[in-house]
Write a protein that binds this ligand. Sequence first.
Ligand SMILES: CC(C)(COP(=O)(O)OP(=O)(O)OC[C@H]1O[C@@H](n2cnc3c(N)ncnc32)[C@H](O)[C@@H]1OP(=O)(O)O)[C@@H](O)C(=O)NCCC(=O)NCCS
Length: 403
Amino acid sequence: MTDYDIRLLDDSEYRTAHTLFRGTLHHGPAPDEQWKFARETYDEGRVFGAFGGGEMIGTLQSFPSRLAVPGGAVVPHAAVSRVGVRADWTRRGVLSALQRAQLRALRSGGDVFASLRASETAIYGRYGYGVATRYRSLRIDRRKAAPRTRPVGRVRLVEGEAGERIAHRLFAELSPGRAGTISRWPAWWSLNVRRVAAEENIKIAVRSGASGDDDGYVAFKVAPGRHDSSEEKPTTLMVLDLWARDAEAWADLWLFVLGVDLVAEVSAFGRPVDEPVEWLLGDRRACRVTEETDETWLRLLDVPTALSARAYRQAEPVVIGVRDAYLPENSGSYRVAADGVTRVDDAPELVLDVDVLGSTYLGDVSFTTLAATRRLDVVDPSALARADALFEVSTPPWSGTFF
Ligand SMILES: CC(C)(COP(=O)(O)OP(=O)(O)OC[C@H]1O[C@@H](n2cnc3c(N)ncnc32)[C@H](O)[C@@H]1OP(=O)(O)O)[C@@H](O)C(=O)NCCC(=O)NCCS
């Protein structure tokens, strides 16, 4: 018996939920000007509240999105965010009850996946979320960088909403080319780009090549400081978002940001682990990787649909046994083969919890690695090589969208 209830919130309760969530992060209520943008991110049927003692004591929500999976399919996905329980109600199971309600509702609503960014890594595995993509952050000392090559196309600055429109269009076109990317809901752009653009002087530069078509963009801002020193508060150009159709456009966009004058350092947050920025530089040590860490925590809500959505490499089949405590209808054996996935009654060769399946699903980590770290049960050791071969991908998955 609990002394709190969970239910969906309605329009009149979103601001209370927003204030509650901000409070759990030790921030005060959003001022009206900020709430105007945040309000758009609250979608009917996607915001839950917990109530105790007649007050709201916890909340969590999701944004409607789609996930690109290996092979190119783009599948319904919920981006879970704004998770918070009031400090005087923590460690009494409120988050677990919110999660239970949300996972059930998302699956019933047709979302095949949920994903989140974890503030703390100890929390979300128990609800079936596993680390599925990683990112790295960089700092480049611009005075030492000495790029080895020069731009071959044209990069131009596009001011205001025109720049945002181009970025929006190119992102929608280019991002699904990599597994792990997610579509951005309309309010993502207004909250993360339009609102911040005015306050923080975000610039958008667009690249075009020989055909004259736009084929990439970079959004960035410059934090003023000292441009002649990289030690004491250097003037830093921060790359916020960079997408390109091909390697040529990608290199031109990086060469552009490295070429902006009166900047001591170029930094980039949340970039793909395989992005070869160092190789553009005359002195590769000018580029420091300041962070390499978990990005997407992925939750398979509907395991059979998720497994059938992605493509597999040619290899002998494997039977995987899945355990899912929160959505038990997912529990069972799945025969994964290059030509498709079927639910079977066969004894599994590998047995794992659904969070571990989330980690392997996009191909970022192998079954062998997770077996070595005792995250799955190996019934037939020969199954590991087959599972690794089937799930293998050539490009590491990456999301590139923070929420
Ligand atoms: C994180 C938070 C939502 C957890 O809420 P909660 O209601 O205390 O969680 P529960 O009581 O349901 O705990 C569920 C389990 O997770 C564990 N847990 C919860 N928060 C944890 C934390 N911060 N670190 C480690 N374990 C944690 C609990 O010990 C419990 O474990 P058990 O199932 O083995 O008993 C809450 O502490 C909070 O609002 N924190 C600040 C805001 C925040 O970090 N939001 C997250 C993303 S923006």
